[in-house]
Design a protein around this ligand. Structure first.
Ligand SMILES: Cc1cc2nc3c(=O)[nH]c(=O)nc-3n(C[C@H](O)[C@H](O)[C@H](O)COP(=O)(O)O)c2cc1C
Length: 223
């Protein structure tokens, strides 16, 4: 095991976190609705060609408090919330059944921005799940049919054999949905927009949905 990590430590410390030139963010002009504000920032990320602007980290936990996190792809965002899709035989799905509360975090480094969404995850239902599965390219559909997600795999050969078999199944039944694929929606309870600026420090703007009225309230947070 590595004992002396001083060289690694100094190289990590020397890495730049954000570029020098960042877009402005004026929280006073933010939308009253966090979904509209998110879409505006997502459009900026697309325009600035941020790599993987639709990738986010989803954190979930089991009933007894074990926490896991993984990268996911955002499929949509609308009045119902943030949409993603997953297999139903993996860890995240099992944890979401035990505890539907989850957190989804986006990092758009080139813009100096982060968005944190916290809320409850629900199923988008069988029709949306089938539509999401069928919209995947054939090799992604094949990959989603293989084995049991997150279960131990005995060898790469076993995977490759199963992948070839799954590709044949997809070729023969291109319109068949997977019974193990589900579209899901994170319904937001809080949404936080974090931005760093070139000259005036950091900004955190948090939206909270009021439980009584369903209205969004907004507050700045100390960075
Ligand atoms: C860029 C990227 C995008 C991914 N998109 C998804 C996705 O949309 N849905 C998904 O279930 N897994 C996706 N994965 C794989 C997950 O990170 C994870 O490995 C898998 O879902 C198993 O996680 P779990 O066992 O915690 O459920 C993606 C991984 C990467 C690196």
């Amino acid at each position: 095991m590595r004992q002396d990590t001083s060289d690694l430590r100094s190289r990590l410390r020397a890495l730049p976190v954000f570029p020098g030139d960042l877009p402005p963010f004026e929280p006073g002009t933010a939308s009253p609705d966090p979904i509209d504000q998110f879409v505006a920032w997502l459009e900026d990320a697309l325009e600035w060609r941020v790599p993987l602007p639709h990738a986010a980290t989803l954190a979930t936990s089991s009933a007894d408090g074990d926490v896991t996190a993984r990268t996911l792809t955002l499929k949509d965002v609308n009045g119902r919330g943030w949409w993603f899709a997953t297999r139903t035989d993996g860890v995240k799905y099992a944890q979401l059944h035990e505890n539907p509360r989850a957190a989804l975090t986006f990092l758009w480094r080139d813009l100096g921005r982060q968005v944190r969404v916290v809320g409850e995850v629900i199923s988008a239902g069988p029709d949306a799940s089938a539509a999401d599965f069928l919209a995947r390219p054939p090799h992604s559909r094949a990959a989603a049919l293989l084995g049991t997600q997150s279960a131990p795999l005995s060898s790469r050969e076993e995977y490759v054999r199963a992948f070839e078999e799954a590709k044949r199944i997809i070729e023969h039944s291109p319109d068949a949905p997977s019974p193990h694929w589900e579209a899901m929606i994170l319904q937001p309870r809080t949404v936080e927009f974090w931005a760093t600026t070139t000259t005036s420090g950091q900004i955190r703007l948090q939206y909270t949905r009021e439980s009584e009225s369903g209205e969004w309230s907004r507050t700045l947070l100390w960075p």
